[in-house]
Every structure is written in C-alpha cells, then in structure tokens.
Design a protein around this ligand. Structure first.
Ligand code: NOJ
Ligand code: CA
Length: 526
C-alpha cells in the first residue's frame, strides 16, 4: 500500500460550491485557496476535487471540453497554480478528477471525429460503421459522419475508444483493445496526467475507471465477484499500460478508481484505492436507507444500521469488507466515504449525535476515510433542486455553509447559483463555538486516527459484535483499540476490559462497566 495513504484522511470538494471569492454567486479556485486554512484545520491529508476543467456543465463538469483549460466559472490556469501552491505550503495533497471515459460533445476531438472525412480523431470515439447500424445506446443521425456514436452516460458524453474486450465478426467496427489504432488516445491520456503531475498534484481519482473497455465487464453489483477474470482481460491490460507507464515516470502518486470493485481495481489493475458506493447491497443498509424515516426511498433495502430504531445490522457490510481485506492484502485499500457528489447527503434528518456516531465508525474502521465537504457540519440533502445535469444528486451539491449570515457566508452576491440551507446550526462559524459540535468532534476523531497506529488502514480489525452496540478491535500488534458504537435509542450496558478511555460520547464508565446511552460511542485503549 502506498505509504502515505495508510493513515490518511481524504476530503472531497465540489468546486462550484465551496467558496465564491469574486462575488459572482459561484464557487471558484481562488475561493478554495482562501479556505485552505479551514481544510487544514480539519486535519485531512488530501483533497479530491471534482472536475474544474472547461465544460458546458451538462453533467457537473464530468463532460470535459478541454482538459488543459480551467473553466471560466472557476478562474484561470494561474488561479489553479496558485491554489496548488497554497495547499502544498500547508502540506495538503491534491487529487484531481480524471474524466477519461468520455468527453463533452463540445470537445474538439469529438467535433473532428464527427466529420465525414477521415482524420486523426477518427478512432478516438466509439463509432459504428454505418448510420443504419444499430447498437444499444448508439446515437445516430446527428452528424455528417456515416455512423452512430456510443455515449457513456448522457447523450452529450461520447465514449472515448479504448476498444472492445473481444473482436466481433458481425461488427468489424469494434476494435480490439490491443489494436494499434487506439494507441494515440492512450498517449493523450498519459499526457494529461503528465501535465498535471508536472504542476505538482499528487494523484487522480479516475472517473468510470472500470468501464473504459466496451463489453468488458458484466457484473451483478448485488453479488460478490470472484468470477471476473475472463471478461476483464481488456481492462486489466489497459490499466497495465497506463499505470505501468506513468508510475515509472512519477512516484508516490495515488490512483483512486471509481469502480466499486476494489479487488479488481487494486489487485488486478494497479490502483491504490477504490470507492465503496452507498447504493449497494452492503453499504445501503448503513445510513443511506431512508425507509425507516418514511421518506420516499432512493432504493429499497433493509433497516438502516445508523438509525435510532435499532433494527439494523452491520452483517452485510462487515461480511463484505472482510471479504475485501482478504482479497486486497497490503496492495491498497478501499474508501467508504461519508458521502459524494452523487449520493444523498448522509446527515439528512439525523440528529447531530447520530451523525457523530457515523463519523466515529468511519474514522476508526479499517479503511481510508473520506469526508464529503459539508458532512462535517451535517449539511442535509436538498430534495428540490436540480442543476448542471445533477438531477437528484444536485441536493448534495449545495454551497458550503460558512456562517449564519447572508448566503451563509458562501458568496456576497444576492442570489447564488444554488440556494444555501437555512437550517440553524449547520455552519462552520456556529459549530466552531461548540466543542461538542459535529465539526469539532470530527476534528478530534481525525486527530485520534492519526495519533494511534492501531487505527491505520493496514492495522488489523476484528468485529466482535455487529448489532447494538457494534464492537470491534483494531490492532497494529503493539496497541489494541476497542470501539463500541450504539446508534440506537436503547441504553445498553456492557462489560469491557480497557486501560484508558481515548474518547467517548454519551457514555458512562464505572470501572469495567460501561453504560452506552442512546447515540453513544467509546474508543478505548486495551
Ligand atoms: C461518476 C461521477 O461521479 C458522476 O458524477 C458522473 O455523472 C459520472 N461518473 C459520469 O461521468
Ligand atoms: Ca466566483
């Protein structure tokens, strides 16, 4: 495992929504630089930024029109360099979003590939050989070129061409992933990486990392995946090429896959990290399920573990992560983020004490923790906004709340590009004053995580109980830490052996008798 990620904590920033430095109502890179001290005060090691490259924003910037230009809404390349400098001075690492599954249809590569006459960009995208050839998802009839293009997500996101996993006699337009005609695109991708590494960044989060090869992955995300090998030779080969080349040129850089199959991304493709996604059979019953809160559920799962009703269980989650630890060994680690720009805000309709239980869990668990901006102050989801192609996801992308004033300190403009919440207490300034606020408890938990080697990603973990309370042990062989968490409304008594209370919430100690009140946790040194 890359050494510096072993006890690292990551933070995700959606640049449109962090801080507006020039009063135009929208977040920007100078604004982020202005808030670097705040990021530093959290104690995080690295920040992952969602894309801020030139884009028509049909999908929140995940539709890049020029990889080498900063979008006007965020500033200029000089502003980017300034932001890198400020973060570097504070010792915070910078991770950019590498969106290489597709570009925007406004990218010059794509525009050229749509022309009738063959040119350099002919094979950069996945095109069929005739406008009448039908292929699932292919968009036909928009351009002069005699063919249809295959988009990845929205129609305006044509898929870049890394080839197909297999040749197809009936469809000769499908190039094999090793076809020499695909090499120039791979060179472009490597050059983008080189360009930003040379500017001093520390790694990339790779969008759609597992979906670059067409027809190369047939997975049922509701199962374990031990049988992926034959279908994924293409993607393994591709990442072997890309990472094999770039890692020789740049050392210690982190590559984080957006894939949700860590055992494939890390062990077979050479990534350092991968995400666990909230909307899955194992993560869904932690805190993303809102069924017990009588909301219209985003998805249907069992009872939520982090819920006052105390009906959930960590069974699925623990079973799955234990399976993963076995597969990953010391090659890398997953991150189970508190949230992302794609998911419903974790804090939605949860009490501050319950939210703190979630942080206590996530910051002591064997993983590389990642905090989505605003989760550390309990920002809730806004279900009534949609912008920049976000749909329901937009509700997790509202502006950061800095204080209790106008636009919650995000911008001086009369109206901001998305509204800020008016929920009392959910701002940095308000929470700074209270040592028990979510913000200050998160800071304390991060300090603890970084202080005790037993809480490193590489340290061992044993689950003792997966109900209420959840009890697990972490150890690096020298010290052992026991964590107890009770998100429920039930008061629980427990007998535990320990030498020192490192940190606790709503918990009383009477020698080895511990009373865990509702929404409590305790972090104990053995
Ligand atoms: C995953 C990104 O996180 C999401 O926001 C985006 O819409 C898709 N990839 C497509 O790029
Ligand atoms: Ca601005």
């Amino acid at each position: 495992m890359l050494k510096w990620i072993d006890n690292a904590v990551f933070y995700e920033i959606y640049p449109t929504s962090f801080y507006d430095s020039n009063g135009d109502g929208i977040g920007d890179l100078r604004g982020i630089a202005e808030k670097a001290d705040y990021v530093k005060s959290l104690g995080v090691d690295a920040v992952w930024f969602n894309p801020f490259f030139k884009s028509p924003f049909k999908d929140g910037g995940y539709d890049v029109a020029d990889y080498y230009e900063i979008d006007k809404r965020f500033g200029t390349m000089e502003d980017f360099e300034y932001m890198v400098k400020v973060f570097k001075e504070k010792g915070i690492k910078i991770i950019l979003d590498l969106v290489i599954g597709h570009t925007s249809d406004k990218h010059k590569w794509f525009k050229k590939s749509t022309l009738a006459k063959k040119n350099k960009y002919y094979d950069y995208y996945v095109w069929t050989d005739d406008v009448n050839t039908s292929y699932p998802g292919a968009i036909r009839g928009l351009y002069y070129r005699n063919g249809g293009y295959v988009p990845n997500y929205y129609a305006s996101q044509p898929a870049l061409n890394y080839g197909f996993n297999q040749l197809d006699e009936k469809a000769p337009w499908k190039l094999h992933y090793k076809d020499e005609r695909l090499r120039p695109l791979r060179e472009e991708i490597l050059n983008i990486m080189r360009f930003y590494f040379d500017k001093g960044i520390d790694g990339f989060r790779v969008d759609l990392a597992g979906h670059l090869i067409k027809e190369g992955q047939v997975f049922d995300y509701d199962k374990y995946y031990d049988d992926y090998d034959e279908k994924t030779d293409g993607i393994q080969w591709l990442w072997g090429q890309l990472l094999g080349t770039i890692r020789k040129e740049y050392k210690d850089k982190v590559f984080i896959a957006e894939w949700d199959i860590p055992q494939l991304a890390i062990t077979k493709c050479g990534f350092d990290m991968d995400f666990l996604t909230h909307d899955t059979f194992y993560f869904g019953d932690l805190y993303r399920n809102e069924k017990d809160l009588n909301l219209s559920p985003y998805f249907e799962r069992g009872d939520n573990y982090f819920s006052p009703n105390g009906k959930g269980t960590l069974d699925n989650f623990v079973h799955y992560v234990e399976y993963l630890y076995g597969k990953l060994g010391d090659k890398g680690m997953f991150t189970a983020p508190t949230g992302t720009h794609d998911e419903v805000r974790m804090s939605t309709r949860k009490s501050p004490d319950l939210i703190k239980c979630i942080f206590a869990f996530m910051l002591t668990l064997k993983q590389v923790p990642m905090i989505y901006y605003g989760d550390e102050i309990g920002i809730e989801h806004n279900y009534s906004v949609s912008k920049d192609g976000g749909g329901k996801r937009t509700g997790a992308r509202t502006p950061m709340q800095w204080d209790n004033g106008k636009n919650r300190g995000f911008s001086t403009k009369k109206t901001t590009y998305l509204p800020t919440s008016d929920k009392v207490g959910q701002s940095v300034a308000e929470q700074e004053k209270d040592k028990n606020s979510i913000l200050n408890v998160v800071r304390d938990l991060i300090k603890i995580k970084k202080w005790y080697p037993a809480l490193k990603a590489s340290s061992d973990q044993t689950f003792i109980e997966k109900g209420y309370p959840a009890v697990f042990e972490r150890t690096d062989g020298k010290q052992t830490i026991t964590v107890l968490i009770n998100p429920s409304d039930t008061v629980i008594n427990k007998k535990v052996d320990y030498s020192k209370v490192i940190y606790s919430q709503n918990t009383q100690f009477d020698k080895d008798n511990i009373t865990l009140d509702k929404q409590s946790f305790a972090i104990l040194l053995k």
